[in-house]
Ligand binder design. Structure first.
Ligand code: ATP
Ligand code: MG
Length: 386
């Protein structure tokens, strides 16, 4: 009797050492959450994770490919480790042209060596279809036989690569500054891959920016939840702050000061949400606000946590390729304005200084009340796919 199962392989490295249990538990939780609503059963043994008794194979594979911490998956046939059963199961594959059989024995007490198992199974395949040819160097199809210690054998063709990375949540939680652009969703994805759970913050300047611009950000966050699980999106009304900056500050410093206010508010919201870091989509030199000097001046605001900028060394093309892969691209390129385009100066400063930025901010008087008002009037949207 053969059963169809989906084998899940985790990225082994971090599962070694004394934190293994912690990572495994999170990964298992995340796998189960990702399969919510799908007809299937799961089994998690120390040496093997598998999904079985399922119908919608394609949907399960698609979902597992989005779970960080999974290295690869394979659709396998499972049978008794008896050599007769193995040969029968291998013969079930519809093969063409050249093939090769690879055997791996976790069960070292098995009566046949790996080479002997491969030879017997290969012989059975050839006997049932003499047109096939064994090619150990460059075969069209590789069939893997995995003999486990529990008396079962798994037989599979391909290893389907998955996302790799660390289980979401294993590294704590970060607050993503999410605009409607291409870069920030990619930045969130990359940090979630390193094990961060995400919350997000978005600044909007209604009525200068539209309801559609906000909806676009909600849609982007929803796409990210496929990889990260639920996200709390905090929306900050930013209009009044921008108007004040526009009224009081020199125009070429406008963007620099706007960014510093975003950082001030983001750091406080991060503390409110138990986030241990900020994440943004900056890429060095991409625009005036992302020169080394500009980043120095905005980064200077943050004193209590790191700011991660995973896109910092990426070209726009690389960011676009990632956005396409993670399916945020089509939403990101919708043409709705971001709050950063409101009151945009003709020539933003590319080499701002901290001293000058502080002098500009003094023109605003006591801005603490503005910050407090913006945070008090925040709207929190819980985004979770059901
Ligand atoms: P993106 O493609 O992510 O919008 P960008 O290339 O447009 O980035 P900027 O507009 O300079 O670059 O923004 C740099 C970073 O600042 C963004 O990646 C994002 O993390 C943050 N940011 C910008 N605007 C907002 C906003 N309205 N709300 C939240 N974060 C923002
Ligand atoms: Mg932007």
């Amino acid at each position: 009797m053969t059963d169809k199962v989906i084998i899940i392989r985790y990225a082994e490295l971090y599962l070694k050492g004394k934190n293994r249990g912690f990572f495994e538990k999170l990964l298992i939780e995340n796998i189960c959450k990702s399969l919510k609503g799908i007809e299937c059963k799961t089994r998690f043994n120390r040496s093997r994770y598998e999904v079985y008794d399922y119908t919608d194979e394609a949907e399960i594979l698609q979902r597992l490919q989005k779970v960080f911490g999974i290295h690869s998956v394979s659709v396998a046939r499972k049978c008794d480790a008896d050599i007769g059963a193995i040969c029968e199961t291998v013969k079930e594959y519809d093969l063409n042209g050249t093939f090769k059989i690879n055997t791996n024995r976790a069960d070292k007490s098995y009566p046949l060596t790996s080479v002997e198992v491969s030879a017997k199974a290969g012989g059975a395949v050839l006997a049932s279809n003499p047109k096939l040819v064994v090619d150990v160097h460059n075969p069209q199809t590789i069939i893997n036989i995995d003999i486990r210690e529990d008396g079962c054998a798994y037989i599979f063709k391909d290893k389907i690569p998955c996302s790799g990375g660390m289980p979401v949540g294993s590294a704590g939680k970060g607050l993503l500054l999410l605009s409607g652009g291409l870069d920030s969703p990619v930045a969130g994805y990359m940090m979630a891959k390193r094990g961060l759970k995400l919350d997000a913050i978005h600044f909007h300047s209604y009525p200068y920016t539209s309801e559609k611009a906000k909806q676009k950000v909600i849609d982007l966050a929803e796409i990210l939840t496929d990889y990260t699980g639920p996200i709390n999106l905090t929306c900050i009304p930013f209009t009044k702050i921008q108007e004040e900056i526009h009224r009081c500050c020199t125009s070429n410093y406008m963007i620099t000061i706007v960014r510093r206010f975003m950082m001030r508010i983001a750091e406080r919201v991060a503390h409110l949400n138990d986030c241990g870091c900020l994440i943004n989509g900056e890429s060095l030199g991409q625009v005036a606000s992302q020169t080394l000097q500009s980043i120095t001046v905005t980064n200077d605001i943050i004193k209590t946590m790191p700011v991660f900028r995973p896109c910092i060394g990426m070209d726009k093309q690389e960011i676009i390729e990632t956005a396409l892969k993670i399916k945020t691209y089509d939403t990101s390129i919708l043409p709705y304005e971001d709050c950063c385009t409101v009151f945009l100066p003709d020539s933003p400063v590319t080499k701002p200084t901290i001293l000058r930025a502080e002098a500009e901010e003094r023109k605003l008087g006591d801005f603490e009340a503005l910050i407090k008002e913006a945070i008090d009037n925040r709207e929190v949207i819980h985004i979770e796919k059901v």
